[in-house]
Design a protein around this ligand. Structure first.
Ligand code: UDP
Length: 245
């Protein structure tokens, strides 16, 4: 399948529509060819520049979809009109696809009550969904080996990992060696949303690309994650665009 990628500050981003990306995931599960999906945002690009494991992952991930509004603006500065694919929506569609096709899923991450509620809500929404593993995302180094073994034995077709970046991407990448035919996706705070504990921004905020602002207003501790990361990121992209001319 042809794959169009555009580089932003050194990392390729797939220029795909939501449905194309979903088709690729569907084919990959069917063929058991294995895939790591990264829903990239400016913070993760920064991590790639400072953490070597993240650098390797961003270079080797089979599907890198533009999640944050920052990446959408960066692509626009490079002359590419790309829809934003919110990781939380994309992951939900993968779940629906798994439910319809009898694929097995594993859920890993978030606090205990959140993961329990998420499992319950998903099972209610998709009664036929096969959830073969779920666990909260708080563990010691010793427990990590056992978790990996348990996930391997559960043999899911898709693993949804919600530990925040880069932890979830590094965990997924390590699991890839143990389950080469599995699809891995890091989904950040998605379980918090699916559990009903954290509310998504109203659709109007999502459509106008201001979901990040809504989340920051609701959770002011996120402020330091956005500022100065986002403006610095965009300045670097503007400099990169100027250098390419
Ligand atoms: N988390 C976890 N284990 C950890 C650290 C974080 O399970 O050691 C979970 C946390 O409870 C939350 C998710 O990882 O559910 C990270 O969410 P965050 O909002 O940071 O991710 P974002 O969507 O911003 O990438």
């Amino acid at each position: 399948m042809t794959q169009t990628r555009k580089k932003i500050l050194g990392y390729g981003i797939d220029l795909v529509s939501f449905s194309e990306a979903l088709d690729r995931v569907g084919n990959c599960i069917k063929e058991k060819s294995g895939m790591q999906i990264v829903t990239i945002n400016p913070e993760m690009i920064n991590q790639g520049h400072s953490i070597s494991a993240m650098d390797e992952i961003l270079n080797s991930a089979e599907l890198v979809i533009p999640d944050g509004i920052g990446v959408k603006i960066a692509l626009k500065l490079k002359g590419v009109e790309q829809e934003r694919i919110a990781g939380v929506d994309f992951a939900k569609k993968i779940i629906e696809l798994c439910a319809k096709n009898g694929y097995k899923i594993a859920l890993f991450g978030a606090k205990e009550e959140i993961i329990q509620k998420t499992r319950e809500n998903l099972q209610n929404e998709f009664p036929e969904l096969q959830i073969v593993y779920s666990r909260n995302g708080y563990f010691s180094k010793d427990e990590e080996l056992q978790i990996k073994e348990d996930i391997k034995n559960a043999a899911p077709d898709v693993l949804f990992t919600a530990l925040g970046a880069p932890k979830q991407e590094i965990f997924n990448n390590e699991m890839k060696q143990l389950l080469p035919g599995c699809v891995f996706i890091g989904i950040g705070g998605s379980f918090d949303v699916w559990s009903g504990v954290v509310k998504r921004a109203p659709v109007i905020w999502q459509k106008t690309g201001l979901e990040w602002l809504y989340r920051t207003l609701k959770e002011p501790q996120r402020f330091k994650r956005i500022f100065p990361t986002l403006p610095i990121f965009l300045i670097k992209v503007i400099m990169e665009v100027a250098a390419e001319k």
